[in-house]
Unconditional design. Structure first.
Length: 418
């Protein structure tokens, strides 16, 4: 990897912010405030393991901005989590919530752990203790966690139960992405991938690209990648490459993602799927295709490989998969990049619907949720794309400008206290 690509996700997020702030002529006072997180909590905490020993784990919860509403954002469990990564993810959540115009600020959490090495009981102990450590920040009107990389409905249930045990009553609106039986929302599990499919459909319409038979590559087969792949397949796209943490598979005649989901349930990986060719994750990104959906981790598309990545549409299911240097290369190669803060905003949008339903104790049906999600995604895509076309700028820059404008306006209206 070239020296320039050694930047942390936080440096990248700040660089993206600076670009937008410069383009829109944002006043210095606001630049100082908006390019850094508001609150950061670092905790190292003990967890009792199954063999009786005690291990120390480190975790973070960062609130980047809470001007437009409570902090919102997931919690990830991953061995490579760093404070700088969580800062970047929190900042991206602020812009994501603003770009789809839902009344939340941005936050994120992470624990440095490889959860695949933990038993269910250890995972529960870790989750409950981490929830307790971050509880001063968490609340339905303060900061609302959700699932992210390697976290799921069960973890959200334990988190919610832990906070509820502290307060003495059910606090269902303090997390989203919960199981349906605990105040979760219909449609939430599929929402991020569904949102990705909506923006791909909008982008294809704008570019006059026929989705029928459109060759599509999806990096990652977790919650976002698997749902994106199945929904794009159902829209007519031909999925020619897919990967997971173990590697990639390809077949130019197409892979049925529904069958792959069933296979994955049995073997826990995509790489031993029959009738396909095995490739590496980096080969996967460079497969010729019309639509590419990176849905894994940050910094996958860099100055080193961007010139060889030539889809018509690149829709970012993951947060931060593309570096600023790669962005420039993709833009000059006419790759239509739908940025993370727009492309994967379906998840947090349905999290917003879940929170609203929990606060009202009044639940909507799935059609209503999917319909409202489509309205939000379509309107947000149009707003960002119009801005991008009017100024001949990349959609990432246009999305950041739109988002920063909304947060800046709210900050000016509220004023600086005291
Ligand atoms: N972790 C997801 C994201 O990065 C969802 C966040 C949420 O629903 O609060 O957008």
């Amino acid at each position: 990897m070239s020296a320039i690509e050694q930047k942390s996700p936080y440096q990248i997020a700040q660089e993206q912010f600076d670009l937008a702030a410069e383009f829109m002529g944002l006043e210095d006072d606001l630049r100082h405030v908006l390019r850094v997180p508001k609150r950061e909590l670092t905790t190292t905490f003990p967890v009792r393991m199954d063999d009786g020993s005690v291990k120390a784990f480190t975790g973070y919860r960062v609130q980047h901005n809470v001007t437009r509403g409570p902090g919102k954002g997931g919690i990830r469990y991953h061995q490579d989590v760093t404070l700088d990564e969580v800062r970047a993810l929190a900042m991206w959540m602020t812009w994501k919530c603003a770009v789809v115009n839902i009344p939340f600020g941005g936050a994120k959490g992470g624990v440095v752990v490889d959860p695949t090495g933990l038993s269910m009981r250890e995972l529960e102990n870790l989750t409950r203790r981490f929830a307790t450590e971050i509880s001063p920040l968490i609340g339905h009107d303060g900061d609302i966690p959700a699932p992210d990389v390697n976290t799921n409905q069960q973890i959200m249930a334990w988190l919610m139960d832990t906070i509820s045990m502290h307060t003495g009553h059910l606090e269902s609106a303090i997390t989203t992405g919960k199981p349906l039986g605990l105040g979760g929302s219909l449609g939430r599990a599929d929402a991020t991938g569904r949102g990705v499919s909506f923006v791909v459909a909008s982008a294809a319409k704008f570019l006059n690209l026929d989705l029928n038979g459109a060759t599509t590559v999806v990096q990652g087969f977790g919650n976002v990648g698997s749902v994106s792949a199945t929904m794009l397949h159902d829209l007519g796209c031909k999925i020619v490459g897919i990967s997971d943490v173990n590697g990639g598979i390809c077949n130019k005649d197409g892979i049925d993602p529904h069958a792959l989901v069933r296979h994955m349930k049995k073997t826990r990986t995509v790489i031993d799927y029959p009738g396909v060719e095995r490739i590496s994750n980096s080969e996967l990104l460079e497969l010729p295709c019309e639509i590419l959906v990176p849905a894994a981790l940050e910094k996958q598309i860099t100055a080193d490989n961007a010139a060889r990545i030539r889809p018509k549409i690149l829709a970012e299911g993951a947060n931060g998969p593309t570096t600023p240097e790669a962005d420039e290369i993709l833009f000059s190669n006419n790759v239509f990049v739908v940025p993370d803060i727009l492309a994967n905003a379906g998840g947090v949008t349905v999290s917003y619907f879940e929170w609203v339903q929990d606060l009202q104790s009044f639940f909507w049906n799935e059609d209503e949720i999917n319909h409202r999600l489509k309205l939000v995604m379509d309107a947000s895509f149009q707003a960002v794309n119009q801005r991008a076309q009017a100024h001949k700028i990349p959609l990432r820059l246009a999305a950041n400008i739109l988002a920063i404008e909304r947060v800046a306006e709210a900050t000016r209206l509220r004023g600086i206290y005291p």
